[in-house]
Write a protein that binds this ligand. Structure first.
Ligand code: PLP
Length: 439
């Protein structure tokens, strides 16, 4: 009997034994093409020799030094390379061990910035429905999944939510993409007026929505307008790139495509690429300076922040994504994947939408293509697709979610950036096998 406390107590998982390239192998010897990089984590596949060597070398040289005493060479080098490639204005890197921690740190950093700058009345956040920002309490509060939050409602921080930018379901007939983007962004202005802009610390959003909607990019101009609204009211723009960052959408930071300058941006998943647990909260020089010149101390900090082995792994990953050209490859391969998905499923009676950027693609599953009517949630289509895909030897990331009472299922694809053409075909073919079994 296992003593591990699994995610799902009634369906204990198979044992994964080894990883090689784009494949994972279980203890029974079955191979799985990793079509979702776990949960958009394994951007380099599972046996990258350079990252493994970086981990081994750093662990042998020095495994750990507590950050209240020391910084370390890999932490410094990684921060330099991140900032050299970060959006304009982003100047500092605060390390953590994963995505929820990165968001949690971002929310606390934003609140502390308001205190340091004499704005203690700013005490709440605005985020979007149908978003996921992590499972720690404040991150959970900013997320938009009602069912995830419900049991912990008494423990939530004060956050309200506007609609996500979700053209497939929200753009109206005859409305241009630009006008829709503007209309969706203006919900932030309306919400600020409702709650009082002087009470708001920041607006939190994923540039390309991952788990909850399935690789949904924003409408053109949406984030530019959001930035204008934030600036008008002194509200911080916090972009959560835990899932969509680190080359996943074809640019190192997903927000590069939007041409906006966030005040805080969170990254994780692809940063360690699964070789080490690491995340980071990056912030503007203005935020850092306010704390340096104020209390001089960010009231946060965990034992494992800036872990040298994790930083060494992330540094090796980041070099591959930047100098090694893998972010460019994510953009190119993503176009090829999109074309193959459209050829295979573009006319599928139950695939309503195919979307995404780079190696971050989503397919929305509907009962009726014309009306966009979702399947009855009781059918559990997303779970059935996941199971059927695994039987076919494919890992993909199907989810169902509620949006204003409506439920849609989707499949999220986030494969490693190292697939070859035959593996792209294999992914699409196996997904087709899963769809045939379920839809
Ligand atoms: N933010 C986003 C956008 C995510 O997709 C996730 C995880 O899926 C998180 C935060 C939380 O990250 P973690 O699971 O590493 O805590």
């Amino acid at each position: 009997m296992s003593h591990v406390f699994p995610r799902h107590s009634r369906t204990p998982p198979r044992t994964a034994l080894r990883g090689e390239g784009a494949y994972l192998y279980d203890a029974e010897g079955r191979a799985y093409l990793d079509g979702s990089g776990g949960a958009a984590v394994s951007c380099l596949g599972h046996s990258d020799a350079d990252v493994i060597k970086a981990v081994q070398d750093q662990a042998a040289r020095m495994a750990y030094a507590h950050t209240s005493f020391f910084t370390s060479e890999p932490a410094e080098e990684l921060a330099d390379l991140l900032i050299a490639n970060a959006p304009e204005g982003i100047e500092r890197v605060y390390y953590v061990s994963g995505g929820s921690e990165a968001v949690e740190a971002a929310l606390k950093l934003a609140r502390q910035y308001m205190l340091e700058t004499g704005q203690p009345e700013r005490s709440r956040f605005i985020a979007r429905r149908q978003s996921y920002h992590g499972n720690t309490l404040a991150a959970l509060a900013t997320g938009g999944n009602a069912w995830r939050k419900e049991p912990f409602a008494p423990l939530m921080i004060d956050t309200s939510h506007i609609a996500p930018c979700y053209a497939y379901r929200e753009q109206q007939d005859g409305e241009s993409a630009e006008n829709y983007g503007r209309r969706a962004a203006d919900e932030l202005e309306a919400e600020l007026q409702r709650v009082g802009p002087e009470t708001v610390i920041g607006f939190v959003a994923e540039p390309v929505v991952g788990a909850t909607l399935g690789a949904v990019p924003p409408a053109p101009g949406y984030f530019k307008r959001i930035r204008e609204i934030c600036d008008r009211h002194g509200v911080l723009l916090i972009l959560d790139e835990v899932m969509c960052g680190m080359g996943r959408t074809g640019t190192l930071f997903a927000c590069e495509r939007e041409g906006v300058r966030p005040d805080i941006v969170t990254i994780a998943k692809g940063l360690g690429a699964g070789y080490q647990p690491i995340g980071a909260t990056l912030c503007s020089g203005a935020i850092y300076d306010a704390i340096r010149d104020g209390s001089g101390f960010f009231q946060h900090g965990h034992t494992y922040i800036g872990h040298p082995v994790a930083c060494a792994a992330a540094l090796a990953v980041l070099r591959k994504l930047t100098e090694g050209g893998l972010t460019r490859r994510s953009a190119e391969l993503g176009e090829a994947l999109d074309a193959k998905l459209r050829a295979a499923f573009g006319q599928h009676p139950h695939i309503g939408d195919i979307r995404g950027r780079g190696m971050f693609r989503g397919l929305e599953i509907v009962e009726d293509r014309e009306t966009k009517e979702p399947f009855d949630p009781a059918r559990g289509v997303n779970k059935a697709v996941k199971k059927a895909a695994m039987e076919a030897g494919l890992l993909c990331y199907p989810m169902g979610g509620t949006i204003d009472g409506k439920r849609g299922d989707h499949v999220l694809l986030a494969p490693p950036f190292i697939l070859d053409d035959a593996q792209l075909d294999e992914l699409v073919e196996k997904l087709g096998t899963a769809f045939r079994a379920v839809l």
